[in-house]
Write a protein that binds this ligand. Structure first.
Ligand SMILES: [Zn+2]
Length: 342
């Protein structure tokens, strides 16, 4: 699917983006300008830089190649103004694709290498959202804070404590709405992070967990049963477990589906059908998400069109319904202790 092939009916839909990472969504032109300004360009020209940021066709199906795309953004996103600038560019770009509800996500700890505190690192993104909302007060937007699995449960708990201080309901304007874990799944089961999520939930934050992307359905069960997940990031392996599908459907646990990245990281094997239609058939609510717009060279229009095409005749109407329901599943405006069920 390419931008030029997105049907008008999709372009005009009001869309909900619940799973988009800041680091993988920085416009390459902006990255190039910032690296040049800081004298940090690792390559001689823009085209070479773009190849380092966008997954190339011969790199598809390799998790390592995918993760390598997150290397250079961290060189410049260590300073308040830079984080603010890239976040503002990303939020403005989503508006061009009809996004009316946006949850951006971000791991503040890996943006503190030059001395920012975690709270400053979070506020840099929030302040960017607030800047955009000056011109676009209709945009519903918030931040999901990610703890990296490889930093361990103790750092995750400390991060959760700091994050609840930036929860949306404690502030006048945009705030943190959710808490998540990401990073290498296997060997780092969700249950290790239980205390961090207890802190996050007690602080009123929504809970979403990257689970079942590179690991089996047992990790999704843990995310739901032990971390109290309201939503699951990726959740590809859920389709292998009918009982889990019934559970997700019963409790309305939304699976945030990111179609292109699932093939690029080999979470779904090349040639295999994507689990999204099977999840819908099982009554599991889904959201259509971009994950990383730069790495996957995509946007919310392209992803919505891709899913509509996947669903056949009633595709556009189904996609409209998915975005409407996903908007209701957003944590924005719901971050008071006890406000989110489960
Ligand atoms: Zn993700």
């Amino acid at each position: 699917m390419t931008a030029s092939r997105v049907p008008r009916a999709i372009r005009e839909l009001a869309k909900t983006e619940l799973h988009q990472h800041l680091d993988g969504s920085i416009p390459p032109e902006l990255m190039w300008r910032m690296l040049s300004r800081h004298g940090l360009n690792p390559v001689p020209n823009y085209e070479a830089m773009e190849r380092r940021l966008v997954l190339q066709p011969d790199e598809e199906g390799s998790l390592l190649a995918y993760l390598d795309k997150f290397h250079y953004p961290l060189w410049i996103t260590q300073f308040y103004e830079n984080i603010q600038a890239v976040a503002e560019a990303i939020v403005r770009e989503t508006l061009r694709h009809g996004v009316t509800t946006l949850e951006l996500r971000y791991s503040p700890v890996i943006h503190t290498f030059a001395g920012l505190t975690v709270r400053q690192s979070i506020r840099a993104v929030l302040s960017a959202i607030n800047r955009v909302r000056v011109d676009h007060p209709e945009l519903r937007a918030g931040l999901v804070v990610i703890a990296m699995r490889q930093h361990g449960p103790h750092i995750a708990k400390i991060l959760a404590r700091q994050t609840v201080g930036e929860a949306e309901h404690l502030h006048e304007r945009a705030g943190v709405v959710g808490f998540d874990i990401a990073g290498p799944e296997r060997g780092n089961p969700p249950r290790l992070f239980r205390e961090a999520f207890d802190v996050a939930r007690a602080g009123g934050l929504g809970v979403t967990v990257h689970a079942g992307e590179d690991a089996g359905p047992d990790y999704i069960w843990q995310a739901v049963d032990e971390l109290g997940a309201h939503r699951i990031g990726h959740g590809c392996s859920a389709v292998r477990d009918p009982e889990l599908l019934r559970r997700l459907a019963r409790d309305g646990v939304v699976v945030e589906c990111c179609v292109p990245s699932n093939y690029q990281t080999a979470a779904v094997a090349a040639g295999e059908p994507h689990p999204l239609p099977a999840l819908l058939d099982a009554g599991v609510p889904v959201a259509i998400c971009t994950d990383n717009t730069t790495v996957s060279r995509t946007d919310q229009d392209i992803e919505s069109a891709r899913v509509a095409a996947m669903l056949g005749d009633a595709g556009v109407e189904t996609v409209r319904g998915i975005h409407r329901e996903a908007s209701r599943a957003s944590f924005i405006g719901r971050t008071r202790p006890g406000a989110l069920a489960r």
